[in-house]
Design a protein around this ligand. Structure first.
Ligand SMILES: Cc1cc2nc3c(=O)[nH]c(=O)nc-3n(C[C@H](O)[C@H](O)[C@H](O)COP(=O)(O)O)c2cc1C
Length: 197
């Protein structure tokens, strides 16, 4: 297998950059995701899916609340600041939405006031997959401006500050380590027991 082809190919499968937010029991939080997709075939009953890492606080809040909001961010300094605040640190360490303008949406999920557009969705099913949970959700509300330009990963790569890149890399290292631990634990749990000699 060519490592170059594999890395390039998997990168082509990134979905647009979005911010996923949720609130449960007075706690609010959000993260950056590149795995949100249109996941429905019925236009009058739209669905989305997103993959959420088990080590991320947002995943716990989405599952506890049963609802979430998914936002496209503005292609400007505000969007970059939201990307950096939500995607490079964890709500396990600090209250990330403090200082970020939000309002409660129809589902009670925090809506990022500066987002270009958003949908709110109600979780219909989940798939547990070692280090992450795949969440399928019915879209129940939407707002913002259609067809407005939004922040892309190319914007991020061109304009994110060196400091924010350092935080992103540090967070990614920690995530990969946590994911490897969960994969190892899952492999041990499913491996056949050795019979006693
Ligand atoms: C470009 C990019 C894409 C990401 N995609 C996902 C994703 O699809 N699912 C996920 O759980 N985390 C994803 N992350 C990582 C989370 O945004 C990051 O770990 C965040 O700090 C988690 O915050 P939380 O613990 O407060 O929920 C992504 C991060 C970046 C920068």
């Amino acid at each position: 297998m060519s490592d170059d082809v594999r890395a390039w190919f998997l990168e082509q499968l990134w979905s647009p950059i979005v911010a996923v937010t949720a609130a449960h029991d007075g706690r609010t939080n959000g993260l950056i995701s590149s795995t949100a997709l249109n996941a429905g075939l019925v236009p009058e009953a739209p669905r989305v899916s997103v993959h959420l890492g088990k080590h991320n606080l947002s995943r716990d809040l989405v599952l506890q609340a049963g609802v979430m909001a998914i936002h496209l961010l503005p292609a400007n300094e505000t969007g970059l600041a939201l990307f950096s605040a939500l995607g490079t640190t964890s709500g396990h360490d600090r209250q990330k939405l403090d200082g970020i303008a939000t309002r409660p949406g129809e589902t009670g999920s925090p809506i990022l006031v500066d987002a270009v557009s958003y949908v709110e969705a109600r979780v219909t099913s989940t798939l547990d997959s070692d280090e992450l949970t795949i969440v399928l959700a019915d879209v129940v509300a939407a707002g913002g401006r259609p067809q407005a330009p939004f922040l892309t990963i190319d914007d991020v790569r061109e304009q994110l500050s060196a400091d924010a890149f350092r935080r992103w890399n540090k967070r990614r290292e920690a995530e990969m380590e946590a994911a490897r631990r969960l994969r190892r634990a899952a492999a041990v749990a499913t491996s056949p027991r050795r019979s006693p000699d």
